[in-house]
Design a protein around this ligand. Structure first.
Ligand code: NAD
Ligand code: UGA
Length: 469
């Protein structure tokens, strides 16, 4: 099949960047990115490229090159489905908040809505690609909806999970470690997989494109995230042990990572991993294992999440205990809110949970993040508290103690402590002498990312806490 038009349903952190890269590498393809979210689509089409809905290094330049040439952002989902030979589904798959599997299973309602819409609209054969991260065997449900509710046309469902990381998405997409395509092992299934492979071959060397059956592909995505998160929880658990034994977590990390069988990546101790996926995907894996009666497997992976929660709590408690067991009415400066550097994404950011703990103890938190808006920070906290059924009165009271700044100078003035929550490079280059001069004494730094130089700061006069030191 000669592919001329493709579309992607879901213009988020995955849909936007992946389609921008495909449009860029395949100039003869017309790429439509569609979404139900009007605000998002409006921002993708904003004449000012600084206003794109996602901050990702290199993305604006890429969109600038292709937008309205062969890359289009639109709300017209039906037209995009109708015109496309390949339809990617890249909608969100959050953890369920109610019903069976609440708090664990992935909520597939958006994926199902997409499948129903494709079935309703499609008048020609289509290849439907799962780009969202899904529980293993979801392709079967999608295939069934397409076949049962469609207009008699043929659908081939492929699994093509995305492995990009935010903050490095464009580079990850240009130079992927691998591209994974899962298909039915039938003649039609393999043909569909080959059709998708031909698109990737425009820039990914063929030996990096892995073809598997659908279930291996779906499961490999969950397992990849689980392995990555497991490394972080492993090193974070050891950071607690380092603090008891005078071992240094960064030294341990280097020593362990030098073993080529282990490798150095994803061994950086932190206040805890965040992001929209690690927790969600591991909980999904735990739920899946449990539902197949594999309780030991479920419990093994659940520990990764438990250690992550332990680390966030441990860090928050350390701040309170070092500040003489009370943060009540104390001004505390937060540098960073995003879940990692080089993104404006705050989903499941550790900062949210540390702020929650300190605000609950009466602290007055002043935040600066180079990319995260005031609206987003307030919304993060409100969402958490509304989920816990806090009253409006209680939420408004807590929010009075959360102040957001658009510069890094104001939040430190007369503060008792600076807390580093995100590893933004600019924090390393701040004038820490000047910061010290405007803070209350004693002046504390809690470095939840181990990015600052402890010796230099101690010489200035700071009392410095770093993880695993
Ligand atoms: P996102 O929330 O940023 O984007 C999803 C978009 O889908 C939203 O804009 C939403 O409005 C839209 N949407 C939802 N239902 C829709 C419908 N029925 N019709 C049209 N549009 C609809 O999510 P994301 O971060 O891009 O993640 C998408 C999927 O990719 C998830 O399954 C996630 O696990 C996976 N993933 C994410 C990343 C990442 O770095 N964020 C990386 C790899 C995989
Ligand atoms: C992660 C995976 O890295 C991607 O491969 C995957 O596609 C994606 O999830 C997904 O499925 O959504 P992402 O969450 O964007 O990507 O970012 P990571 O770089 O993995 O960082 C996740 C969290 O772990 C961040 O909070 C980061 O600060 C933290 N982290 C990372 C550490 O604490 N220590 C490390 O050594 C590495």
């Amino acid at each position: 099949m000669k592919i001329k038009n493709i579309c992607c349903i879901g213009a988020g952190y995955v849909g936007g960047p992946t389609m921008a890269v495909i449009a860029n590498k395949c100039p003869s393809l017309r790429v439509n990115v569609v979404d139900v979210n009007q605000d998002r689509i409006k921002l993708w089409n904003d004449p000012n490229f600084d206003n794109l809905p996602i901050y990702e290094p290199g993305l604006a330049e890429l969109v600038k090159k292709s937008r309205n040439r062969n890359l289009f952002f639109s709300l017209d989902i039906d037209k995009a489905i109708d015109e496309s030979e390949i339809i990617f589904i890249a909608v969100n798959t959050p953890t369920k908040t109610e019903g069976i599997g609440k708090g664990m299973a992935a909520d597939l309602k958006y994926v199902e809505l997409c499948a129903r819409r494709i079935a309703k609209v499609a008048r020609t054969n289509k290849i439907v690609v799962e780009k969202s991260t899904l529980p293993v065997r979801t392709a079967k449900a999608i295939q069934s909806i397409l076949d049962e509710t469609g207009n008699g046309v043929k659908f081939e469902v492929l699994s093509n999970p995305e492995f990009l990381a935010e903050g490095t998405a464009i580079n990850d997409l240009f130079k992927s470690d691998r591209v994974l395509i899962g298909s039915k092992q039938t003649k039609e299934g393999l043909k569909a997989a080959d059709t998708l492979l031909q698109i990737y071959k425009n820039w990914i060397p063929e030996h990096k494109i892995i073809l598997t059956n659908v279930w291996s592909s779906e499961l490999s995505k969950l397992v990849s995230n689980a392995f990555l998160a497991q490394r972080i929880s492993s090193i974070n658990s050891i950071s607690a042990l380092c603090e008891k034994t005078e071992a240094d977590i960064d030294e341990v990390s280097i020593a362990v990572g030098k073993d080529s069988r282990i490798g150095p990546k994803f061994l950086k101790s932190s206040v805890g991993f965040g992001g929209s996926c690690f927790q969600k995907d591991i909980l999904n894996l735990v739920y899946l294992s449990k539902s197949y009666g594999l309780d030991e497997v479920a419990e093994y992976w659940h520990q990764v999440i438990k250690i992550n929660d332990f680390q966030k709590n441990r860090f928050s408690n350390k701040i309170i205990s070092e500040l003489y067991n009370t943060v009540n009415d104390k001004k505390i400066c937060f540098y960073g809110w995003a879940f990692k550097k080089n993104t404006n994404d705050t989903r499941e950011s550790a900062a949210i949970y540390v702020a929650d703990r300190l605000l609950d103890d009466g602290a007055i938190i002043h935040v600066y993040d180079p990319q995260v808006s005031k609206k987003k920070i307030i919304n993060d906290m409100k969402t958490l508290w509304e989920f816990r059924n806090y009253s409006d009165n209680r939420i408004n009271k807590l929010l009075e103690n959360l102040v957001i700044h658009d510069n890094y100078n104001d939040p430190v003035v007369k503060s008792h402590a600076v807390v580093i929550l995100t590893e933004w490079d600019e924090f390393k280059n701040y004038n820490w002498n000047k910061i010290f001069s405007v803070m209350k004494r004693p002046s504390f730094i809690f470095d939840g990312r181990n990015i600052l130089d402890k010796n230099t700061l101690s010489k200035i006069g700071f009392k410095v806490y770093q993880l695993g030191k």
